[in-house]
Design a protein around this ligand. Structure first.
Ligand code: KIV
Length: 261
């Protein structure tokens, strides 16, 4: 328990210049592995819509989907700070709606919730209710239809809007801010101008920490994103294992005596 990463500890890490390592997870096995590896923050992201449920965007994800995966992840995490995404439509209608859904996530085991965009009043109200809130600016995937695709945000003059949004949610009391797909120089400027730790995904090296979708760093998808780096070719490993298993069953080489009773 003493070891657990809390929202105040994340701020301390920023102050001490310790880089904050974050990854997404959606089930107990990968949550345990990430926690055991010493990753500081695990996010049950609404990216589960893309990588687990097979949707093209995060827009169709429901609060029930996040709750289902969050409960599984909670059972695998002991040390890491566990954040859960509020999906599209779960906090946009009213502050009351946002707080009700955030409470569901906290009761299911989240240590904090995350929402996208400039919602300072909602953030203040949640914080007042005892719910630590993460923010997310730059490319915010739930607004993909407004952006017209998966595009870098904040280039040129548009940078001042992203900076203003980050400052607005920082002042409202977020405990960390995800900076997604924005120029590295803008991330550096935001990082210096806010008290909360900044966590980059396609935000350059000067953020206070980094987050990646687990499928991207494990090479489990066939899409290669510029902002990501596959550390293993997980897709090939899995395919090879399935093919070898298939072959051995067809050729009656598995199970052997060793696997039989
Ligand atoms: O849903 C998610 O995985 C996220 C990360 C991309 C930060 O929000």
């Amino acid at each position: 328990m003493a070891d657990r990463i809390t929202a105040p500890k994340l701020r301390l890490m920023k102050e001490r210049g310790q880089s904050i390592v974050c990854v997404t997870a959606y089930d107990v096995f990968f949550a345990q592995a990430a926690d055991e590896a010493g990753i500081d923050v695990i996010l049950v992201g609404d990216s589960l819509g893309n990588v687990v449920l097979g949707y093209e965007t995060t827009v169709p994800v429901e609060i029930g989907d996040v709750l289902h995966h969050l409960r599984a992840v909670r059972r695998g995490v002991q040390r890491a700070h566990l954040v859960a995404d509020l999906p599209f439509g779960s906090y946009h209608v009213s502050t009351e709606q946002a707080i009700e859904n955030a409470i569901l996530l906290m009761k299911a085991g989240a240590d904090a919730v995350k929402l996208e965009g400039d919602y300072p009043d909602t953030i203040r109200a949640m914080t007042k209710a005892g719910i630590p809130v993460w923010g997310h600016v730059g490319f915010t995937p739930q607004a993909v239809n407004t952006f017209g695709g998966f595009k870098v945000q904040g280039r040129g003059d548009a940078g001042s809007t992203v900076l203003a949004e980050a400052q607005s949610i920082d002042a409202a009391g977020v405990c960390a801010i995800v900076l997604e797909l924005i120029p590295a120089a803008l991330s550096a400027q935001i990082t210096q101008s806010v008290a909360s730790p900044t966590i980059g995904i396609g935000g350059g090296i000067e953020c206070d920490g980094q987050i990646q979708v687990m499928h991207d760093i494990l090479g489990l998808t066939n899409k290669i994103h510029k902002h990501a780096k596959p550390y293993i070719d997980g897709r090939s490993l899995v395919l090879d294992a399935f093919k070898t298993y298939t072959q051995e069953v067809r050729e009656r080489k598995f199970p052997t005596e060793e696997n039989s009773f």
